[in-house]
Design a protein around this ligand. Structure first.
Ligand code: SF4
Ligand code: SF4
Length: 319
């Protein structure tokens, strides 16, 4: 099959993924998303540009390297911190300190920081590079695994995603596309032959609420799911359950009814209880976490939510 060695921007490739579709998978995370969900647990996935990540725990604070990153920063955003004991030792170190108010995101400091305490969230790559990396994991894909392309929104880098999927399909790899559904309908029809299973987010059935929570309305998303279903796609719906934001009975019933309307295309509904695991990633990027007052839903609530879906004959599970 002909393909183009297109360029793409990604922020991670994770092997041995067991939550991104059937079996053991390797997941490619593309950078950039047209949505900005309040509960997003991958803030590095949202922006299309590179961003400076800062992991103070990884900073060695050695004399030579703290001078290297300090000098690399022409804006004076990096300084030597107060002397502190290196964790678990008596050795005194002066770790780097980052002042984000002075940082313009030039990323020069990341070129000298060998511990990756200062790092670039995201890098540019090509279809061939990613393909070669993924093929190393083929032995893990036995028993129904494969590759998942996720994001961000992989459909926002359509040329890269389409051509990567073409290459993988040619090699007989099972492919999942994890999508927000927010992309032009014709692009979904074009990519459909190369996708074995869509992992498809349904976040709120009321368009105005959807826009308030994610930044975009939901009509295109729901229409694309219907279009894919009509054209032979297999769809696993993913419904993130976020207390007080989209967990009303009314919204759950509407979501369940929508899943029923997808007919045989629907393979599974996954209810994803809100969790806080992404919070520390916001710190790394120097961004505020917006859902500070939300707690994960209790197990009993999730069980009741599950019943609402299974009572309609839907294959559903809490994930
Ligand atoms: S940020 Fe990196 S280069 Fe700078 S002192 Fe820490 S480990 Fe060394
Ligand atoms: S990204 Fe550029 S401006 Fe920001 S701390 Fe690093 S070198 Fe300085």
């Amino acid at each position: 099959m002909e393909y183009k060695n297109a360029t793409g921007r990604i922020y991670d490739i994770q092997g041995y993924a067991v939550h991104d579709g059937p079996g053991i998978r390797t997941t490619v995370f593309t950078k950039g998303c047209p949505l900005s969900c309040l509960w997003c647990h991958s803030p590095e996935s949202q922006g299309f540009g590179f961003e400076l990540g800062w992991l103070p725990l990884k900073c060695l604070g050695m004399d030579l390297c703290v001078e290297a990153c300090r000098k690399a920063c022409t804006r004076g955003a990096i300084s030597r911190g107060e002397p502190t004991k290196r964790m678990g030792t008596e050795e005194m170190v002066e770790k780097a300190e980052l002042d984000r108010t002075k940082c313009d995101g030039c990323l020069k400091c990341t070129e000298v920081c060998f511990t990756k305490a200062l790092y670039s969230a995201g890098w540019d790559t090509t279809v061939d590079e990613v393909y070669d990396r993924l093929m190393k994991d083929v032995p893990f894909f036995e028993n129904g695994g494969g590759v998942t392309v996720s994001g961000g929104e992989a459909m926002s880098q359509f040329e890269f995603t389409l051509n990567l999927l073409k290459r993988l399909k040619d090699s007989g790899i099972h492919i999942c596309l994890d999508t927000t559904g927010f992309a032009p309908a014709e692009k979904f029809l074009e990519i459909l032959p190369y996708v074995d299973l869509f992992l498809y987010d349904v976040k709120h059935m009321d368009s105005r609420r959807h826009k308030a929570l994610t930044g975009v309305p939901n009509e295109l998303i729901l229409d694309n799911a219907r279009l894919l279903a009509k054209n032979g796609a297999k769809i696993q719906v993913r419904y993130p359950v976020i207390p007080k934001l989209n967990d009303s009975r009314e919204n759950m019933e509407a979501t369940a009814d929508f899943c029923v309307s997808l007919g045989e295309a629907l393979t599974l509904v996954q209810l994803l209880p809100y969790h806080k695991s992404g919070r520390s990633k916001y710190d790394r990027l120097g961004r505020p976490y917006r859902l500070t007052n939300v707690e994960p839903p209790p197990e009993s609530f999730m069980e009741k939510a599950l019943e609402l879906f299974t009572a309609r004959g839907l294959p559903a599970q809490i994930h």
